[in-house]
Design a protein around this ligand. Structure first.
Ligand code: PGA
Length: 264
């Protein structure tokens, strides 16, 4: 039997300062003491990675340190960019690629998202590839097409032996930071379609193992109804990850729902 453990990520985006980042991670670690059955990662801004990582180590926490972005080249003349080797050196083990703010605010192309995704997985790190449709695309009935295209392009040339380090985050762009959430049924529908694309790429068994998290205005009050959906294996949390107690409530909801059994 194939089971998927829930996975919750806290994407702090361009928020906090050093003191706030330290306070936030201490609150998260304290709130999660003794909790099992769920994987948790936080994604602080680059300048605070070492500070947050040191607190996680000092507390012996299982919370993983993540990066919101990374460049796909090795060391060299790439002003302003941060390499995977640097991130690993700072204790990072999981990296986001293709977040909608990178795609739509910073103008990252599919080609760049693909290069980053490929590089993260090839480097032996974990990758959360984010996909999702804009409001206009949803209104034109293109949700599934957009998700399929972003998954296929993001994973081009990624060999099957590397996808055990892959998580997909389905984040409808119109639901991010807006207070609007996809209905649990809509989220489930999108996740199932994404899993079918993964099955087409890697076979049903591999696809059944890949976690697909939901992102977009997840809060303590709506987490459970999303996470109980068969193919919603946790969430990527933005705004609600900036308050330790709210984030802890969401992680607890995922732990309570527990594993999803893969159905074929
Ligand atoms: P949100 O952000 O929870 O603030 O909507 C989610 C994300 O961008 O990952």
């Amino acid at each position: 039997m194939i089971t998927r453990r829930p996975f919750i990520g806290g994407n702090w985006k361009m928020n906090t300062d050093r003191a706030a980042a330290s306070g936030l991670i201490r609150g998260v670690v304290d709130g999660l003491v003794g909790l099992q059955g769920v994987d948790v990662a936080v994604f602080p801004p680059f300048p605070y990675l070492l500070t947050v990582g040191a607190i996680l180590r000092e507390r012996g926490s299982a919370v993983r340190l993540g990066a919101q972005d990374a460049y796909f080249e090795g060391d060299g003349a790439f002003t302003g960019e941060v390499s995977l080797a640097m991130l690993r050196d700072c204790g990072v083990s999981v990296v986001l690629t293709g977040h909608s703010e990178r795609r739509h605010v910073l103008g990252e192309s599919e080609t760049i998202v693909h290069s980053k995704t490929k590089a993260v997985l090839a480097a032996g790190m974990e990758c959360i590839l984010c996909v999702g449709e804009r409001l206009d695309e949803r209104e034109e009935g293109r949700t599934d097409m957009v998700n399929e295209e972003q998954v296929r392009l993001g994973l081009r040339e990624v060999p099957p032996e590397q996808v055990d380090r892959l998580t997909i985050a389905y984040e409808p762009v119109w639901a991010i930071g807006t207070g609007r959430t996809a209905s649990p049924a809509d989220a489930q529908d999108a996740h199932l379609k994404i899993r079918k694309v993964l099955a087409d790429l890697y076979g049903r068994e591999v696809a059944a193992r890949i976690r697909i998290m939901y992102g977009g205005s997840v809060k303590g009050t709506n987490a459970r109804e999303l996470f109980v959906q068969q193919d919603v294996d946790g969430g990527l949390i933005g705004g609600a990850s900036l308050k330790a107690s709210e984030f802890v409530t969401i992680v607890r909801a995922a732990a309570q729902v527990g594993m999803h059994e893969a159905r074929f």
